[in-house]
Design a protein around this ligand. Structure first.
Ligand SMILES: Cc1cc2nc3c(=O)[nH]c(=O)nc-3n(C[C@H](O)[C@H](O)[C@H](O)COP(=O)(O)OP(=O)(O)OC[C@H]3O[C@@H](n4cnc5c(N)ncnc54)[C@H](O)[C@@H]3O)c2cc1C
Length: 326
C-alpha cells in the first residue's frame, strides 16, 4: 500500500489509461476509470499491434519507456490468455540513414542479408518482438484492472472541475483529446492510419514492416487468428472513413512482399487516428482545479510505450501522495 493512497480518476480506457489504471490500482490507490468509448471504438483497438517505436518521440526518456514496456510485454507473453506472442520478423528500410536506435533495446537483433530483402530495399533487421492481439489483450487488461479493485464510469468529462471533490488526482490518458481538457495544449494532431484485417488461415507468424519508400508504408502483422495489413500514415487527416482505393493499394503492396497473403479472406477494414505530438506529454501539470498527470501523445506507438508510461505515471502519483496536500 502507498503511504497515502489517493482517489485517482484516470480519464481514458485505451491502452494508456488501462495500463496506468493497472499500475495505480496495484500500488493501492483507489482508481476510477472515466471513459466515453468502448474498447472496440478507441484507436487502441485499431493498433496492429507490434512492439515498435513507429511515429513516436525519439529521446532517452522515450527509450526508457520502450525498454520498460518491452520487459513487461515479454513477461506477460508467458501467459497465453493475455494475447501476447513473441514473434520474429523483418524490419526493412528503403533509404539509408534510418533510425536504428530501437535495436539497442531489443536483444538478439540481426542484420538481414541481401537475399532476405525486397527489391529496392537498402537494409533490414531481423528481430523478435511482442505482437499483441488487441481484441484479446484489451479485454484481459480491463479485467485485471477490475480485479485490482478499480471502478469504471462511462461518460464524457467536459471539465476537470467536475471531478473535484470525488478525486485527489486526475490522470489524463485521453489520446487525441488529451490537450482539450487542459486548455493549454493544442499540439496533439492525428496521423491517420488505414488497415485491412485478413483471416490468418495459413497460420503465418513472421511479421514484416517495410517503409517501402516512395510508395507508402507496408506492414504485415500476423496475430493468432488474423493478420493486420497496413497501412497509411497521413498527418493532420481527420477522415475516419475507409477509403476503398487505399485498401486495394495496401493489399497490392503487401502481396508483393508476402505472396502467401493472396486469397486470404478480408475480415474488416479499419481506420484510426494516431494521437501524435512532437513529444509524449508525461508530467505533473499544475494550475487546474485538482492535480493532473498528463499521459498522452503516443503517436503510432502507444501500445509499445504503454507499460513504461504507466510505471512513470505511478511514480509521479507516488511523489504526489508523499507531498502534503496544497
Ligand atoms: C492503423 C494503426 C496502427 C497502429 N499500430 C500500432 C502498433 O503496431 N504498435 C503500437 O504501439 N501502436 C500502434 N498504433 C498506435 C496506437 O493505437 C496508439 O498510440 C494508442 O492506441 C493510443 O492509446 P491511448 O490510450 O492514448 O488513446 P485511445 O485508444 O484513443 O484512448 C483514448 C481514451 O480516452 C477516452 N476519452 C478521451 N477524451 C475523453 C473525455 N473527455 N471524457 C471521457 N473519456 C475520454 C476515450 O473514451 C478512450 O477511452 C496504431 C495506430 C493506428 C491508427
Amino acid at each position: 500500500m502507498p503511504t497515502a493512497p489517493l482517489r485517482i480518476t484516470v480519464i481514458g480506457s485505451g491502452v494508456i489509461g488501462l495500463s496506468a489504471a493497472h499500475e495505480l490500482a496495484a500500488a493501492g490507490h483507489q482508481v476510477t476509470v472515466a471513459y466515453d468509448q468502448e474498447l472496440a471504438e478507441c484507436v487502441s483497438s485499431v493498433a496492429a499491434a507490434i512492439w515498435f517505436p513507429y511515429h513516436s518521440e525519439n529521446s532517452p526518456a522515450a527509450d526508457k519507456l520502450l525498454a520498460d514496456s518491452l520487459a513487461r510485454f515479454e513477461q506477460l507473453s508467458e501467459h497465453p490468455e493475455t494475447g501476447i506472442d513473441l514473434r520474429r520478423g523483418l524490419n526493412v528500410d528503403h533509404l539509408p540513414g534510418a533510425d536504428r536506435s530501437w535495436t539497442r533495446i531489443v536483444a538478439g537483433t540481426e542484420e538481414a542479408s541481401r537475399e532476405d530483402l525486397p527489391n529496392g530495399a537498402h537494409a533490414g533487421v531481423w528481430a523478435t518482438v511482442p505482437i499483441i492481439t488487441m481484441s484479446t489483450y484489451l479485454g484481459w487488461l480491463r479485467g485485471r484492472v477490475e480485479e485490482l479493485g478499480a471502478d469504471f464510469a462511462k461518460g464524457t468529462v467536459t471539465d476537470l472541475a467536475q471531478l473535484k471533490g470525488g478525486a485527489d488526482l486526475v490522470v489524463l490518458a485521453a489520446g487525441l483529446r488529451g490537450g482539450e481538457l487542459l486548455g493549454d495544449d493544442d499540439t496533439v494532431y492525428p496521423i491517420r492510419g488505414q488497415v485491412v484485417r485478413l483471416a490468418n488461415t495459413k497460420n503465418l507468424t513472421q511479421w514484416l514492416c517495410d517503409d517501402n519508400y516512395p510508395d507508402g508504408v507496408s506492414y504485415i502483422i500476423p496475430r493468432r487468428e488474423d493478420i493486420i495489413v497496413g497501412g497509411t500514415d497521413t498527418a493532420n487527416d481527420w477522415n475516419r472513413e475507409v477509403e476503398p482505393q487505399t485498401s486495394i493499394d495496401i493489399l497490392e503492396r503487401a502481396a508483393t512482399l508476402v505472396p502467401e497473403l493472396e486469397g486470404l479472406e478480408v475480415l474488416e477494414h479499419k481506420v484510426g487516428l494516431r494521437p501524435a505530438r512532437e513529444t509524449i506529454r508525461l508530467e505533473h501539470v499544475t494550475g487546474h482545479p485538482l492535480p493532473v498527470i498528463a499521459a498522452y501523445g503516443h503517436g503510432g506507438a502507444g501500445v509499445t510505450l504503454s507499460w513504461g508510461t504507466a510505471q512513470r505515471v505511478a511514480e509521479l502519483a507516488a511523489q504526489l501522495a508523499g507531498e502534503p496536500a496544497s
